[in-house]
Design a protein around this ligand. Structure first.
Ligand code: HEM
Length: 511
């Protein structure tokens, strides 16, 4: 998921690296074009040594890639120094690749720092497609994220959504403003804490600490991404990874907190303990010599860290973008309220079980994910050579799917840059996901296992905010400018607004 890193290169460190690399490669590769022994896809003109790196300077990475593909085509072969990249920017090419080669592209690419708790070698996201990945995916699907597990754990989310509402109401009474992204991140992490560990984070404020680490990692994602890209060339130069100290300092502290949480779980001293099937299963596998796959304590901590990191920022950013679009489109807000009033009424709080009947709310969330996918790019690596559209792409090539460009492709979407939730009403909707023109959650066997949970959390959180509050912002409109250099697609100016209660408290007074 990290690759979704939006990336600005206005960093002078990059220029220094460029200089060092250029000098090094100058002697070996100058004027020596890489041999095209394969029949590779088309490639825009490149520069000696750096290849196409200069084309990525102008803006965020997903937008730079979008600019390149709109000029040169939907299937391109690029080169950054000597790292080959296959760039895919249309639904039809993505569909062909996932239909014919899903198995060959079932890896999320190279690791930057082995020891790092997020995207390291003990983690799930970077694990190669194999026994370990299958074992962990089975656990998180059956115990936490699959349809039956979601149903079993629905009560947990009801409690947390009510807590989310009460917190907003409290701010509204005090006339305080809230940062929507922060409130949503706290909600997601407390839901995840209970769903995975069966544990309320409220004691010792672990929830705030876990959210804090997610935020620190998001801020470091650009550096982690750089680390991955530069690892091999740096190793050749005998240089150590440039941001190791900074990244590992956050990683060690996060690991320490997770170890503390696990120890407490093992001792079951937490008075809020409700039994976490995911954690029970992981600890059973850890202690069982004959387990289907022998996992270590590091595996458990890395899985938890990646779940919090991956789920938290994507879901909270999605909530923030959706609210920003709704506030900027009063007619959409009005239609949403009419729908909620007719399905839910105003005397009880909207619930997850209402979502299937709230088709317009679903369309609003999807349209927001289409325009603002939290993970605009997702990376894969070709583990085998593949023939794609008649071109031969060699093993080891990095694959970048530009979901942002695909979901704004003028050939597939009418008025692609406009916010029009109506386009997701009706049958057309399901077809879109099948032909991969709508892919905010990725695709294939490495696609997001948390999409249903993501929809449920974002749908109910946005539903509560629309049902129960009016929102006062500074100025007339929310500024929709995208931040650069961030792990996930984020607003450049986080959405801050003041809630004003619009209905009577819909929760029973004894809660
Ligand atoms: C709106 C919310 C979310 C969005 C937009 C999102 C998006 C994504 C994307 C684009 C990928 C990469 C897929 C690929 O390579 O094809 C991914 C992977 C992943 N996501 Fe999500 N995600 C969301 C919520 C969640 C939640 C709630 C969880 C779990 C609690 C989760 C867990 C994961 C995991 C574990 C992976 C790695 C899967 C693997 O490597 O096999 N995500 N997500």
């Amino acid at each position: 998921m990290e690759a979704m890193a939006s990336f600005d290169f206005e960093n002078c460190f990059i220029l220094i690296l460029l200089f060092v690399f250029s000098t090094f490669f100058l002697f070996r590769f100058f004027f020596k074009k890489p041999k095209n022994v394969f029949d590779l896809p088309p490639s825009p003109p490149s520069l000696p040594i750096i290849g196409h790196l200069h084309l990525l300077f102008s803006t965020s990475l997903h937008k730079s890639f979008q600019k390149i593909s709109s000029k040169h085509g939907p299937l391109l072969h690029l080169r950054i120094f000597n790292v080959p990249i296959l760039l895919v920017s249309s639904a039809s090419v993505a569909y062909e690749i996932f239909k014919d080669h899903d198995m060959s592209i079932s890896s999320h690419g190279p690791i930057g720092l082995d020891e790092c708790i997020v995207f390291g070698s003990s983690g799930f996201i970077k694990a190669p497609y194999g026994d370990y990945w299958k074992f962990m995916r089975k656990i998180i699907t059956t115990k936490m994220l699959g349809p039956q597990a979601l149903e079993r754990l629905r009560g947990v989310r009801v409690v947390e959504i009510e807590r989310f509402y009460r917190n907003l109401l409290d701010k509204a009474m005090k006339k305080e403003s809230v940062e929507i992204g922060e409130e949503a991140l706290r909600l997601v992490n407390s839901i995840l804490g209970k769903m995975s560990l069966g544990m309320s984070f409220s004691e010792e404020d672990n929830e705030a600490k876990v959210s804090g680490f997610s935020v620190e990692f998001v801020a470091l994602a650009q550096k982690i991404f750089l680390q991955q890209m530069l690892r091999k060339p740096l190793e050749k130069l005998g240089m150590s990874p440039p941001f190791k100290k900074e990244v590992m300092s956050v990683s060690y502290r996060f690991e320490k907190l997770l170890e503390k949480i696990i120890v407490r779980y093992e001792e079951k001293v937490d008075e809020y303990y409700q039994g976490g099937e995911t954690m029970d299963t992981l600890l059973a596998a850890y202690g069982d010599e004959n387990a289907e796959f022998k996992i270590t304590r590091d595996h458990i901590k890395a899985l938890l860290a990646e779940l919090f990191f991956g789920a938290g920022d994507t879901s909270s950013k999605s909530t923030q973008w959706a609210m920003a679009e709704i506030i900027n489109n009063p007619k959409v807000l009005e239609r949403l309220r009419l729908e909620i009033e007719s399905v839910v009424g105003n005397t009880r709080l909207i619930q997850e079980t209402d979502l299937p009947k709230l088709t317009y709310l679903q369309a609003v969330i999807k349209e927001s994910l289409r325009l603002h996918p939290p993970a605009p790019l997702f990376p894969r690596e070709l583990e085998q050579g593949c023939k794609i559209r008649g071109f031969c792409v060699p093993k080891g090539t990095s694959l970048v799917i530009n979901a942002y460009a695909i979901m704004r492709d003028v050939d597939t979407w009418k008025d692609p840059d406009e916010f029009k939730p109506e386009r997701f009403l009706g049958k057309e909707d399901e077809r879109r996901e099948k032909v991969l023109s709508f892919l905010p959650f990725g695709a294939g066997r490495r696609g997001c296992p948390g999409s249903n949970l993501g929809y449920a959390i974002v749908g109910t959180a946005v539903g509560v905010m629309v049902q129960c509050f009016d929102w006062k912002i500074k100025g007339d409109k929310v500024n929709m400018e995208e931040a650069t250099g961030r792990a996930f697609l984020a607003l450049a100016h986080p959405l801050k607004c003041t809630p004003l209660p619009r209905i009577l408290n819909p929760l029973p007074s004894n809660l």
